[in-house]
Design a protein around this ligand. Structure first.
Ligand code: ZN
Length: 108
């Protein structure tokens, strides 16, 4: 049977990119990871964790006859462009772990 720690060690040992991704995940709050964006104090903007796009706090963004504040616009961006954070994390899983579909189905 697989052990979750063995899997993490396996992933980390495989790929340097994964090390920085794990560091990035550990440095990001769970709430931010779940919603897919964070607030960056330095630039006073909401920052997409996936692509780095920003929307400035206090600005209003017109989208399809609607006027959205920055966090709402950012939530819409994560959903529309990245199909939500869950989708992104699952796709990252495949890209970086090298696990096959069969292995992933066993893990689930
Ligand atoms: Zn993005």
């Amino acid at each position: 049977m697989f052990d979750i720690y063995e899997i993490i060690l396996y992933i980390v040992s495989r790929d340097d990119d994964m090390k920085s991704i794990i560091e990035w995940i550990l440095n990001t709050s769970f709430d931010d990871l779940k919603r897919g964006y964070t607030f960056d104090d330095e630039s006073d903007a909401y920052l997409c964790l996936i692509c780095g796009r920003t929307f400035n706090a206090g600005h209003i963004y017109p989208v399809n006859n609607e006027f959205l504040d920055a966090p709402t616009r950012m939530a819409q961006h994560v959903e529309q462009v990245h199909h939500g954070m869950i989708d992104f994390l699952l796709s990252m899983d495949k890209k970086y772990t090298g696990l096959s579909d069969i292995q992933i189905s066993i893990l689930k």
